[in-house]
Design a protein around this ligand. Structure first.
Ligand code: 3AM
Length: 184
């Protein structure tokens, strides 16, 4: 199974993102079900490793926190391959990401060589029409979502299909109150 760890987005935030999904011909806009915020890509694992990962992720304690999406960007520089929404800086998010990364490395999964760049992918691009992309980036530069509470993170599976990736929530892990403990 191909796995990754991510945050889900509330419907209101997803709807606000869907309003900025347009204006770039040829872009493959992510559907509602594909929108998420990746904390850590894992990759292909077997059933035994999945069980170990689940156990490691279950043992994470971290506080729930507030997030707000803000701004947009692209990956790929002169050959953009993805458009995304960014986030207002969040120490709590970085803290959770480090905990998830450490837990995953401890059970023997290889390190992810990419630096963590918090984002929500909005579109994937094959033949980027540069002027339209510059226009889209400029027009949506001030995009800001409502603030929302993050009280869980999830282990997702990813299945490639002819119409893009299909993501499924395999497991969910609750975040706690301010001291990180999950309430009973
Ligand atoms: O959060 P997004 O959608 O930007 O690009 C993939 C996607 O990111 C990324 O993991 C998320 C879930 O598929 N991804 C895919 N292969 C990857 C790899 N080898 C990867 N990230 C790092 N290394």
């Amino acid at each position: 199974m191909r796995l990754f760890v991510a945050l889900a987005l509330p419907d209101a935030v997803a709807q606000s993102l869907m309003l900025v999904q347009g204006g770039v011909p040829g872009a493959r806009w992510q559907t509602r079900d594909q929108l998420h915020l990746t904390l850590r890509f894992i990759g292909e694992v077997d059933g035994r490793d999945t069980a170990m990962l689940d156990e490691a992720l279950s043992s994470i304690t971290a506080p729930a926190f507030e997030l707000q999406l803000h701004g947009v960007g692209q990956f790929g520089n002169k050959q953009p391959h993805a458009l995304w929404a960014g986030l207002r800086p969040s120490e709590a998010l970085e803290h959770l990401q480090r905990k998830v990364d450490t837990a995953i490395r401890r059970v023997g999964q290889p390190q992810d060589s990419h630096k963590f760049t918090p984002h929500v992918t909005l579109a994937r691009l094959r033949n980027p029409p540069m002027p339209k992309i510059v226009e889209w980036l400029t027009y949506n530069a001030l995009y800001t979502s409502a603030a929302f509470r993050v009280d869980a993170f999830h282990l997702y599976s990813s299945h490639l299909s002819h119409d893009g990736s299909r993501y499924g929530q395999e497991q969910s892990y609750e975040l706690g109150d301010d001291d990180g403990k999950v309430a009973d």
